[in-house]
Design a binder for this molecule. Structure first.
Ligand code: ADP
Ligand code: MG
Ligand code: MG
Length: 884
């Protein structure tokens, strides 16, 4: 197996093997862009190393051969005392995990070669010693697990001894002493000296990068981002170029468009006289990239040319890392850049206008998850709250919450049910758990490309960064004369970068206003709304799946219709039995005679009819699927414990509580060990005489009433929890009688169908289809019964462990389990359609609004998905994406 590729041997499509970084370095090399020479060790090598714990056989020789080629190209040998070649050893997985893994710079340097490096740099000893101390620090932390604070303490001590604040104020002699101190720290923690053999440094650094795949924060990030555990990282070995050689050198990051809004322009940060991570870490404040035009016009012009080349080549927003060494520009990284949800839509629409992509591709370039983010609420500023400071809006959204200052506190408070805003000077990968737990993030340092900004954008979390007017302490921060202590509430606006004291109310986002019909998509001042409109329109044209909504009230139905719903896929009737109707339901349950029961049902019937009429009216002309009552009846009665206490107290006082006692007896009678598998759904309809009949009659009467008003009712009666065709046949026979009586030959079509949510129903779908005009997959119960997972119990109890072990990558209640539950869906669809070719197929579980599941339902040939009103646009978009 070949483990090492020259940059010239790779290309951008080899990311699985070379990692994103290695593949794109190869692509840039082959585009003729100025990339330092280097090679990439494959993810295969990493996987073998992680499995066995040793470098795979043959790897060392291959690295040796490629190192020789590199040395020849550079005209220098690794660590040569007189004229050393130094390299960086860089992590890079197929899917970008910014800052999660390790990179070691300046590898190859040792006691013997510091002088040689200084000579190379024109006698710059300060630079050479600074490079060396960075190597010991990075190598110590990354390769040998030396605690980073120890190095930082030594650095602080050196600055204090000299009475200076900045690293740059230390001179060559100071840094030389610091190297001694760092070497002592290294030896104390590892029990051996800092390795002087350059090749040994290289090999150990490569192993450390391999291992960083399993670093805690990397594992957490992958879980959060649903990146598979088994990809492994590639390792790129790149000849060092130096941005820390004086004022004519520097390092920066750039985006070819604004990753926040998607607007074209020059976006980036630059830091003169700095190396690598200095920019991203927010250690010193950077200058905007435009300033480079003044500092180094030639490099700036070349950078713009390269950015245009990359955009044209990748046909997308690219982000870039570059370094200028004494006026010479070097490209160190590029990739298709992360962006906010808004930018994703705007960029896709712009690229269509620039004729780089077509509308199908634009639909592919955005996701339902991004659209969902754009539907988050915004701050309502009509009371004109005054921001206490303004900074960089790094990741949009509106978040209010209590201030916390450490990731640990963020996690603790969030677990206790509080909304928190994490406030830090800057974040680093160790803050990840806190960033996940927080509603929003506020930092005092760093720009759009800082760790906080990049990670928050990736997570879709509100973030404001670079708020340099605030001073962050241990348990409080100060700004403009205010002191904000831990626990005080602030509000951060990640779109505008504004920070407010106290809680600011929220309102609908622009995109929601557009879906509501309150914003004109033709308004050119609103590029985002226009982009969303164009992309949604195209998705609607392309999709085959219809999108319905789950709605129980006319208000929900109306909103869903504005959001584009093409009918109701699930109306749950249970809520219609609550509130002030509870008493009627209690009467029904407690009835001991037929007459009592009939009286209770007769009282419920007109109420139900009015409910259905309102829904049918709202969905005039579109199908409305009404599910007959599903949950066990005792859910409508008070809890057993409460009743028992009540009755006991009454008895104690010598009072009579006949009604309560009756009810207690009924609850005891109906008590089930496992109610989810008990007397519910169709079973209830078969056992409680008249219950389903009452509902069917109410639906039929509502339909007839709407037709009489001149409307077009399209009701569909859905029987829940069917497992055998005989159950459905029994309900159907009774329902048909009622329909014949109420609807007669008025011409109003009323379909009768069933949910497929019991595994047996899926496996006998051919028989069941004989009695059903439609199937609607209840994938919540189908998952619950298919896996044998009690939905209300297992998620909190042990799913974390299953996720940790990789038994599944995501809860099967969140995203459909294609292999198991999905297979039942396919079997039932195929066998159902074989028995009845015009059988309508839909899905009404939570999965109907989950992007990945929507793609599955498209592939499985369903007719529609149904989801909550707010997910309707998401399902429309994903159904379109599944079709292009
Ligand atoms: P990450 O994936 O965390 O960005 P990188 O491997 O890109 O890690 O490297 C960290 C920093 O070091 C980046 O700023 C990068 O530009 C810089 N860097 C990496 N290799 C070199 C090199 N050969 N010469 C100069 N700077 C480098
Ligand atoms: Mg990088
Ligand atoms: Mg169900």
């Amino acid at each position: 197996m070949k483990f090492v590729y020259e940059f010239a041997e790779g290309n951008k499509d080899l990311a699985d093997l070379l990692g994103g970084k290695g593949a794109n370095l190869a692509e840039m090399t082959n585009l003729g862009l100025p990339v330092p020479a280097g090679f990439t060790i494959t993810t295969q090598a990493c996987k073998q190393y992680l499995a066995s714990g040793v470098r795979p056989a043959g790897l060392d020789d291959e690295i040796g051969a490629h190192l020789s080629t590199l040395e020849e190209a550079m005209g220098r040998r690794l660590g040569d005392p007189h004229d050393p070649l130094l390299v960086s050893v860089r992590s890079g997985a197929a899917i970008s995990m910014p800052g999660m893994m390790e990179t070691v710079l300046n590898v190859g340097l040792g006691d013997a070669s510091v002088a040689g490096l200084a000579a190379q740099a024109g006698g710059d000893e300060r630079f050479a010693w600074d490079s060396y101390r960075r190597l010991i620090q990075m190598f110590g932390k990354t390769v040998c697990d030396v605690p980073g604070e120890e190095f930082e303490d030594a650095l602080d001590a050196a600055k204090a001894a000299k009475g200076v604040r900045d690293d740059v104020d230390l001179d060559a002699a100071d840094l030389r002493e610091l190297v001694g101190a760092f070497q002592a720290v290294f030896a104390k923690h590892t029990g051996h000296e800092f390795p002087q053999d350059p090749r040994e440094q290289l090999d150990l650094a490569v192993e450390a990068v391999f291992r960083s795949w399993n670093a805690k924060r990397a594992v957490l990030y992958r879980r959060q981002e649903r990146i598979p555990e088994d990809l492994g990282t590639a390792v790129s070995v790149v000849a060092m170029v130096f941005g820390n050689l004086g004022a004519d050198s520097g390092t920066g990051v750039a985006f070819t468009r604004d990753p926040g809004t998607g607007e074209p322009g020059i976006y980036g940060d630059y830091l003169a006289n700095a190396q690598g991570e200095d920019v991203v870490a927010g250690i010193r404040n950077t200058v905007p990239l435009e300033d480079l035009e003044r500092l180094d016009p030639d490099s700036y012009a070349e950078l713009l040319r390269i950015m245009a080349t990359l955009e044209g080549h990748y046909r997308d927003l690219c982000d870039i890392e570059f370094t200028i060494e004494r006026g010479k520009l070097w490209m160190l990284q590029t990739r298709v850049g992360k962006r906010t949800a808004a930018a994703a839509f705007t960029i896709a629409a712009h690229l269509v206008d620039e004729e780089m992509i077509d509308m199908d591709e634009a639909v592919r370039r955005v996701t339902g998850a991004q659209l969902a983010q754009l539907m988050f609420p915004r701050f309502d500023l009509s009371d004109e709250p005054q921001p206490v400071t303004r900074a960089v809006g790094a990741s949009p959204g509106a978040a209010s919450g209590e201030v916390v200052f450490t990731a640990e506190h963020a996690v603790q408070r969030a677990e206790a049910g509080h909304r928190v805003i994490l406030v830090r000077r800057e974040t680093n990968p160790d803050d990840l758990p806190g960033m996940i737990a927080a509603r929003g993030i506020l930092t005092s340092r760093g720009g759009k490309t800082s760790h906080a900004a990049v990670v928050a954008r990736g997570m879709g979390k509100t973030c404001v960064c670079g708020a340099d007017e605030i001073t962050v302490g241990e348990r409080e921060f100060t700004v403009a004369g205010h002191t904000i202590a831990e626990g005080d509430v602030i509000s951060v606006d990640g779109t505008t970068g504004r920070v407010y004291l106290g809680e600011v109310p929220v309102r609908d986002s622009e995109v929601v206003q557009y879906f509501e019909g309150d914003l004109d998509p033709a308004n050119a001042n609103d590029p985002l709304v226009s982009a969303v409109h164009r992309i949604m329109t195209h998705a609607d044209e392309r999709r085959r799946l219809l999108v319905r909504t789950n709605a129980d009230t006319a208000a929900d139905a109306a909103r869903a219709r504005r959001f584009g719903a093409q009918g109701i896929g699930l109306c749950r009737t249970e809520h219609m039995f609550l509130g002030d109707r509870r008493e009627l339901v209690e009467k029904l349950i407690l009835a001991t005679t037929d007459a009592d029961r009939q009286a209770a049902l007769a009282a419920l019937q007109p109420l139900q009819r009015d409910d259905f009429l309102a829904l049918l009216r709202e969905m005039n002309g579109l199908p409305v699927t009404v599910r007959l009552i599903d949950p066990p009846l005792h859910e409508f009665l008070p809890a057993l414990e409460d009743l028992a206490v009540h009755v006991a107290v009454a008895r104690e006082r010598g009072e009579r509580a006949t009604r309560q006692e009756q009810m207690l007896a009924a609850v005891r009678r109906m008590h089930e060990q496992n109610p989810m598998l008990g007397l519910r759904g169709v079973r209830l309809g078969l056992v409680v005489p008249g219950l389903f009949a009452m509902q069917v009659r109410a639906i039929a009467e509502a339909a007839v009433a709407l037709a009489a008003e001149g409307g077009t009712p399209r009701p569909e009666i859905m029987v829940p929890l069917v497992g055998a065709v005989q159950e459905l046949e029994t309900v159907r026979a009774e329902a048909e009688k009622i329909l014949a009586e109420v609807v007669g030959d008025s011409g109003v079509p009323v379909l009768i169908g069933t949910m497929i949510e019991v595994p047996r129903a899926a496996l006998t779908a051919g028989q069941i289809a004989e009695a059903a005009e439609f199937f609607s997959f209840g994938t919540n119960d189908l998952t619950q019964m298919g896996w044998g997972f009690s939905r209300d119990d297992v998620e909190g109890a042990f799913f974390w462990r299953y996720l940790e072990l990789g038994i599944f990558g995501i809860s099967p209640f969140e995203s459909l389990d294609r292999d198991g539950v999905g297979r039942m869906v396919r079997i039932a669809s195929d066998e159902g359609r074989a028995a009845r070719p015009d059988l309508k197929l839909g899905v009404c579980g939570e999965h109907g609004g989950d992007p990945d599941s929507v793609h599955f339902f498209h592939e499985a040939g369903l007719d529609y998905v149904s989801c909550s009103p707010f997910r309707v646009p998401v399902a429309r978009l994903e159904a379109g994406r599944a079709a292009v």
